[in-house]
Write a protein that binds this ligand. Structure first.
Ligand code: PLP
Length: 378
């Protein structure tokens, strides 16, 4: 009887896309103590918890300066304001990302110029960047999408040839590296998101910017804090984009585990790779030589993506599409009148990509359920 019950339940047991509660349970004592400490000292805005996290995150990423802010979108906006983007300046970025990467170009006063992606890695195809450079181009924003670094050697070579700045959007790629060198250390500035589901996630919105340029760091910090570093100082006009003490305290606790959690994600990715290798129609992620992928997302391709997603949903397995439409084709950019021929890879991927459950706490049983459900799909 007991066996029958298990047999009946097991095949239908669900697998979430991510499980933030499982992560909390693992570190509950420390998180609760950290939150209590912030409340006890009322250090809600800036203060010691924020300053400590900025130092710790700079150390973890190897960056000389870290400026915290309210979220990863603001990080991009603040970086571009500090770099002095002017009305009409053109910024080249990838056709495949979350809209924050491009909408902040417009917010900062610039003009978005999209570039197609590489067929294998989903990151910006550096072979097409130079054709997009005009006398108005001021910078390039590569995105280390899904956790795989973009080809930064090629991006930086182009930037040097044309005198352009580079912002690395590291929102999905904490601790990823190229040839042992961490992402974020190649360009002028790196931006991070600590949205709860990210590899390093807060319990609300949070973000940061890192740089080796002290002048830029100071300017970004001023912009994030109403244009001055001390209360009442308004050297320039800025915005209100502050990391709060509660989020900083939570992030400090989680940062200590980030390396370990990243290894777990990489281990899960290896298991997926091995198990899915024999299943026809499924294309697993490909990692370019020398690049360390941190698997914020594990994205497969399938020619019948929507049917596969429905099949998995029926078995209680959550998946996601990151993202259903490549940026040039979302209504917000209808004025660009983009055609599939201009962005063939990004266009093709939008109907084929599917993100499978991926989180550090995922169990072997959960992963096996996902794999066997995919294997059963006809
Ligand atoms: C590539 C990319 N850039 C920027 C952002 C913006 O981060 P946030 O949600 O913290 O504003 C995200 C977050 O989803 C992202 O994935």
């Amino acid at each position: 009887m007991a066996d029958e019950t298990i047999v009946d339940i097991e095949p239908h047991a669900g697998v979430p896309f991510a499980d933030l509660y499982a992560q909390y349970v693992e570190i509950k004592t420390e998180i609760d103590a950290a939150i209590a400490a912030v409340i006890r000292t009322s250090a809600f805005i800036r203060g010691p918890f924020v300053e400590r996290f900025e130092e710790e995150f700079a150390a973890a990423t190897g960056a000389p300066h870290c400026v915290s802010c309210a979220n990863g979108t603001d990080a991009l906006y603040l970086a571009m304001r500090a770099l002095g983007v002017q009305s009409g300046d053109e910024v080249i970025t990838t056709a495949h990302s979350w809209i924050s990467t491009s909408e902040t170009i417009t917010q900062a006063g610039g003009r978005v110029v999209f570039c197609d992606t590489d067929a294998a890695t989903y990151t910006i195809d550096t072979r097409h960047i130079e054709a997009k450079v005009t006398p108005r181009t001021v910078g390039i924003i590569p995105v280390h999408l899904y956790g795989q670094p973009a080809d930064m050697d090629a991006v930086m070579a182009i930037a040097r040839r044309h005198g352009l700045w580079v912002i690395e959007d590291c929102a999905q790629a904490h601790l990823a590296s190229i040839g042992g060198r961490q992402v974020g250390s190649f360009g002028n500035v790196a931006t991070y998101s600590f949205y709860p589901g990210k590899n390093l996630g807060a319990m609300g919105d949070a973000g940061a910017i890192t740089t080796a340029d002290a002048t830029l760091a100071r300017r970004m910090a001023m912009l994030a804090r109403h244009g001055g570093l001390k209360k009442g100082d308004h050297v320039i006009e800025g915005v209100n984009s502050r990391l709060d003490g509660l989020q900083a305290a939570v992030l400090s606790v989680k940062l200590k585990r980030l390396r370990d959690w990243t290894r777990r994600r990489q281990g899960l990715a290896r298991s997926y790779d091995e198990s899915l290798a024999g299943i026809a129609e499924v294309a697993s992620p490909r990692v370019a030589s020398g690049r360390e992928h941190v698997y914020h997302l594990y994205v497969i391709q399938h020619s019948r993506r929507d049917q596969l997603a429905s099949h998995l949903a029926r078995r209680g397995i959550q998946t996601a599409v990151n993202y259903p439409s490549a940026l040039p084709f979302v209504p917000a950019y209808a004025h660009l009148a983009a055609t599939p021929e201009q962005f063939p890879n990004a266009f093709r991927h939008q109907t084929r990509i599917l993100s499978l459950p991926m989180f550090a706490e995922m169990t072997t049983t959960q992963q096996q359920r996902v794999v066997s459900a995919i294997a059963d799909f006809r």
